[in-house]
Design a protein around this ligand. Structure first.
Ligand SMILES: CC/C=C\C/C=C\C/C=C\CCCC(=O)SCCNC(=O)CCNC(=O)[C@H](O)C(C)(C)COP(=O)(O)OP(=O)(O)OC[C@H]1O[C@@H](n2cnc3c(N)ncnc32)[C@H](O)[C@@H]1OP(=O)(O)O
Ligand SMILES: Cc1cc2nc3c(=O)[nH]c(=O)nc-3n(C[C@H](O)[C@H](O)[C@H](O)COP(=O)(O)OP(=O)(O)OC[C@H]3O[C@@H](n4cnc5c(N)ncnc54)[C@H](O)[C@@H]3O)c2cc1C
Length: 665
């Protein structure tokens, strides 16, 4: 019997009556088409009907080592199931790696994730055709399992500061890998601790006595039969973390470890037999794997946010608390405007982030195809936009997930609510693949350069030439988007003015840069927000949407755009012309009124909207967010699983508490 034929909480039932739009239309839109929805559902049935992929006990009750073993067991079973997957191997792998279907099975992190998310992409992006022929089939067939080992104990952000060396020995035509200090040890790579037997290792390449910078090397770490670390390789796992505890992040040291010359991944730069170094066309091409992951992180964070919003919204319609009207029945907490103010902006954000991530994905594919043909023109725009959206989606996503947790009161603090895991994953994305502040500064560098040199890619075109558009702000959506644009331009100009001021004081450019960081980061964030709101508005102009769906999405779009404007209103005060023209006060009064009206207009559709995400209960993995709304019974069922409830008196009572009670007599 399907979950939809059993109990349904009466409040949720009511919420679902008379939905003015077709939920399936939104589901199809998010999946990328009707056929994709059908494929996804078929795949979910295939994977989630397998009893062996279910947890005997919740992961929280297992030891660190048992958690790893259990997740690895399921990860390997999933790989066996790939062979017969109804959706085909590549779509199945995509679905299994991130916060969607995969997370229903591998709740604490997939020990094979890095193999698919970074190791294989690194081989494809950095290896020559011959190297790909040698390694890729082995990697796809899981004859070898790899990771991406870049970060060290001493350096993660500053890649030019990495200490691991790979020194070419022309006599043997080998590279000698060495960790010259403790801080040179690789530290953090996922799957490195216990799972992987190979890695793409980033190391400083030395040849003919000269350092040529960081380069990727294909390195075998463990014996393919015994899995023992090879002589000269030191490996371990780094221990428990805030989240993602079964990704077995590890450490790795090299003691004069030799690899053949052809294990330098040589697609972009080469070392010839005699040690001659052949430069790449662009030194940043060796950073390409990170660019790819930044792009997919945006999608992954959005999926996690959808989960958090679904759990919090359904719970808020089941939960009744306090008094709205004296003497009346306690209201659903969703009926408090304060609760709508918490939950409807993140609901709108899930659409905003998805649409922006879709644009980024398209840019990635075009730029990558061009790069394969030797055309690097789109690379700066891709780097700028992937940094901007990765930083924005993960930081805003983490804040929104925390708000969703808060909106569930005490029950949101339970491990079984699934908020701790979701939060652990989204906050990780703020740090990994480039710490967000560092990425904001990369974006700012691109913006300042574009504004000063008056040339740049499509995402920064608005910084080139005179400002276009109305001089006053009107209350249409276009008018508000224009306000975002003027803020973004204004903040870049403020940052440039700050840099020039420091320059006039005689500061060196690097000092001036450091002293303008606050403004630079604000400018980068305003740029990212502009991109997201423009994507949202433009996406609604095109596309084949029915009138009811267009109406509700337009309301969400408007709510989101006004929400951000009100949240970030302080930034407008940095832009002097806005204050002079007294734009801010008048417009904000009007906008605040509209914002509140939009909350009320969207409120009745909140449950229908999260239903249209079509996230199965197994993926939500939370008694608070289940489709049927049977929250309290499910919370009790979860508590019954606690090992402390397996006996009425725990043995520790007799060991510790009883003697203490006696001694107090
Ligand atoms: C994914 C979802 C599914 C499942 C999740 C599960 C598991 C996955 C979990 C975790 C995976 C995470 C893995 C990792 O974290 S791997 C390690 C990632 N590390 C980083 O991201 C390091 C961040 N640091 C850097 O990227 C760089 O050091 C830097 C900050 C960019 C600075 O580099 P540097 O060489 O010093 O460059 P600059 O001098 O600052 O700039 C010079 C020049 O180069 C341009 N540039 C920089 N980077 C790039 C790039 N990647 N592509 C293109 N161009 C680049 C930069 O703009 C500048 O250009 P100019 O024209 O201004 O000179
Ligand atoms: C869950 C997880 C998984 C990971 N997986 C992998 C992996 O698979 N492979 C891998 O190689 N690595 C991995 N990492 C490492 C990750 O990529 C790095 O931790 C990340 O890039 C940040 O680098 P860092 O730790 O050196 O931080 P730091 O750079 O030391 O950051 C510390 C602080 O300094 C600030 N800071 C640093 N430089 C600047 C600057 N130039 N200007 C202003 N402020 C600055 C930062 O903003 C931050 O506030 C993972 C990390 C995590 C948390």
């Amino acid at each position: 019997m399907s979950q939809k034929e059993t109990y349904e909480n009466p409040d949720l039932k009511k919420e679902r009556q008379n939905c003015p739009f077709n939920k399936e239309e939104i589901t199809n839109l998010l999946d990328g088409g009707k056929e994709k929805t059908a494929e996804r559902k078929q795949l979910e049935n295939y994977i989630l009907s397998d009893e062996q992929l279910k947890d005997a006990v919740p992961m929280e009750y297992l030891s660190h080592a048992d958690k790893y073993a259990e997740e690895l067991r399921k990860a390997c079973l999933l790989m066996h199931k790939l062979e017969n997957s109804p959706a085909g191997q590549v779509p199945t792998l995509r679905a299994l790696m991130g916060a969607g279907l995969g997370s229903a099975v591998l709740k604490e992190g997939n020990p094979l994730a890095l193999h698919y998310v970074m190791f294989i992409p690194a081989l494809m992006g950095q290896g020559t055709i011959d190297q790909q022929a040698k390694w890729l089939a082995k990697a796809y067939n899981l004859n070898i399992i790899g990771t991406y080992a870049q970060t060290e104990l001493g350096h993660g952000t500053f890649l030019r500061g990495l200490e691991t060396t790979a020194t070419y020995d022309p006599n043997t035509q080998e590279f000698v890998l060495e960790s010259p200090s403790l801080t040179a040890y690789k530290w953090w790579p996922g799957s490195l601790g216990k799972t992987a037997n190979y890695a793409v290792v980033m190391a400083q390449l030395y040849t003919k006595g000269k350092c040529e910078g960081t380069h990727p090397f294909m390195v075998q770490l463990r014996d393919e039969e015994t899995h023992e670390p090879l002589p000269g390789i030191v490996i371990g796992e780094i221990g428990p973390k805030l989240g993602m505890n079964t990704n077995d992040n590890g450490y790795l040291g090299f003691e004069k470890f030799r690899i053949p010359r052809d294990q330098l991944l040589m697609k972009h730069s080469q070392v010839l037999e005699d040690g001659t170094y052949v430069k790449p066309t662009n030194s940043k091409l060796s950073y390409a794997t990170m660019v790819f992951v930044r792009v997919v992180v945006c999608q992954d964070v959005t999926t996690n946010l959808r989960k958090a919003v679904t759990i919090a919204t359904r719970y808020s319609c089941v939960r009744r608390q306090s008094e709205l009207k004296p003497g009346d029945r306690e209201p659903q907490v969703m009926d408090y405007q304060a609760q709508q103010n918490k939950l409807l902006p993140p609901l709108a954000a899930t659409f905003a982030f998805q649409l922006a991530s879709d644009h980024l994905w398209n840019l990635y594919n075009t730029a990558n195809n061009n790069i394969e043909q030797g055309d690097l023109e789109l690379l700066p725009d891709l780097h700028g936009l992937s940094c901007a959206l990765k930083a924005l989606c993960s930081s805003e996503g983490a804040n929104f997930v925390e708000v969703c947790r808060q909106s569930c009161g005490g029950h949101g603090y339970m491990a079984c609510s699934n908020f701790p895991r979701i939060y652990g994953q989204v906050t990780a994305a703020e740090t990994y693949e480039g710490e967000n502040t560092v990425l904001w500064l990369q974006v700012a560098r691109y913006l300042v350069k574009t504004r000063k040199e008056q040339t740049g890619g499509l995402s920064v075109k608005y910084l080139i030439g005179e400002e276009k558009g109305p001089k006053t702000v009107d209350t249409t959506l276009e008018g508000i988007v224009h306000l975002y644009r003027r803020t973004a331009v204004g903040l870049v100009d403020v940052a440039i003015a700050e840099l020039e001021k420091s320059g006039r004081k005689g500061e060196a450019p690097h000092d001036a840069w450091n002293h303008a960081a606050v403004y630079l980061i604000k400018a980068a964030q305003a740029h990212a927000r502009l991109f997201v709101v423009e994507s949202f508005v433009n996406s609604l102009k095109v596309g084949n949407l029915s009138a009811p769906v267009r109406t509700v999405l337009s309301q969400l779009c408007e709510l989101f755009i006004i929400y951000w404007l009100l949240e970030r209103s302080g930034e407008l005060f940095f832009v002097r012309q806005f204050i002079k023209k007294r734009l801010v006060t008048v417009e904000f009064q009007v906008r605040t009124l509209l914002y509140v009206k939009l909350l009320a207009a969207i409120r009745p559709q909140a449950v229908n909207l999260v239903d249209s995400f079509d996230l199965r209960d197994e993926i939500l993995a939370s008694p608070l967010g289940c489709w049927d709304g049977n929250v309290y019974q499910r919370l009790f069922d979860e508590a019954a699983k606690s090992p402390l409830n397996q006996s009425s008196v725990h043995e520790s009572f007799h060991k510790y508490l009883k003697p203490l009670l006696k001694s107090n007599l």
